[in-house]
Ligand binder design. Sequence first.
Ligand code: CS2
Length: 502
Amino acid sequence: MSSSTPKPTAGKRLGNARLAKLPAAVARPAYKRAKVTAGIVHLGLGAFCRAHLGVYTDDVLAQGATDWGIVGVNFRSPDVIDALKPQDGLYTLLSREDGVDKLRVIGAFLNVMSASDQPDDVLALMTRPEIRVVTITVTEKGYCHDPATGRLNEAHPLVVADLANPRQPHSLPGLIVEALRLRRAAGGWPFTVLSCDNLPGNGKITRAVVTRFAELSDPDLGGWIADNVAFPSSMVDRITPATKDADRAAVAAGLGLTDAWPVVAEPFHQWVIEDRFPSGRPAWETAGAILTDNVHPFETMKLRCLNGAHSTLAYLSVLAGIETVADAMADPLLPKVIRHLWDDDLIPTVPPVPGTDVVAYTHDLEARFRNPGIRHLTLQISSDGSQKLGPRLLVPATERIAVGKAPRVVPLTVAAWMAFLRQTDGKGRNWIAADPMAARLTAIARAHADNPVALADALFAVEEIFPAAIAGNAPFRKATTQHLRSLLTRGVPATLTAFLFR
Ligand code: CS2
């Protein structure tokens, strides 16, 4: 059983009946939950939305809005439903910094449902007129899109299945389109669809996959969606590692109750939202969100500087046997590599960000990454590289190439990802490369395990990941292949030393 999966619970359980008796140090909903009604359906009930959307919305509810509660819907794993249902949707946020733990019980999720076990109930809920916003955190791969183009992957098995049977959807685009069809058939208004995932222009990508799916299943509906549904973009940020058993124990000690699935996060959080909600929205700005007409600069800064640095640290760290981001930041070499990544490859590609000094932002990131209370596993961040490398690092690299500059650190990250796909350091340490394209990518890595030139050639040929501007750029390929050879033959520290000090 993984440490992120809840275990059978013993002892008294967190729930509505016990809210009033929580210890004084534990913050709790400052409103009457019984008075709150649902206005939001959230798709994808992972830790992130509970540490982010749930907290912003809890603040809005505490200010007296009673019609913006959330119903959380999960697609696959029933574990989170099994954990939260007996707790009346309540869970604890443990925020950690400088050895100080703060506990807050969040009440914004009024109910939790499973899209696979209760498909009709979920669709009936999404058809109710009082649901005016559908928020999403399903990670990059949940959009069923082609990461290189941002368009719907029409060969995706879930998309193929949903197009054949659109009334019983299992994919994100299929579910949203069916809910919108039912609302239209009932003569109602559409909801606004708000993506909160780490994708560039996440609203545009959501709109592209939803409208294309609708066109393929019912062209008339496709036109109605294109004309009437808003898909604002948003930039979301809060480092939220998977919950570990030690976190559950810390929460149980603080609460005097069992919480089957609390979430742990850093104190920092940021949310920048494109303000386009024709059917209304909660006043998230009163909880600190920035509402704007242009999310792009914020999102570019965050996706590249934070997530791009995360991915770079993750692949090099897994290869080097470094378990957490905080440990990586204590390494003598890795922080220097990340500084070069920011200064040489990424900051020059970030447009001016209102009210923000991007260089100072990267110094703040260093401090956030060093937070020792946040055990963010590098293996967790290493997942889904086929979806993450493009927006975080390859697109900025193509922008550098287009202005005649050679990316300096991105080839090293790509080489580390290629070596990571071998799933072994060759000396007895093994790991699993989790990725929707894992079968294909790890087969390539196995076939060319000890031949860096052949391995790099075969992976650069994967068009879904590498745009022509990268795959066809001789200096980029050469640098990547040299780093890969060095990683495979000399290991991470020697490669980084040569890279930094040659
Ligand atoms: C991380 C993100 O796992 C990953 O890929 O880079 O989850 C990151 O922690 C968040 O985007 C921070 O806001």
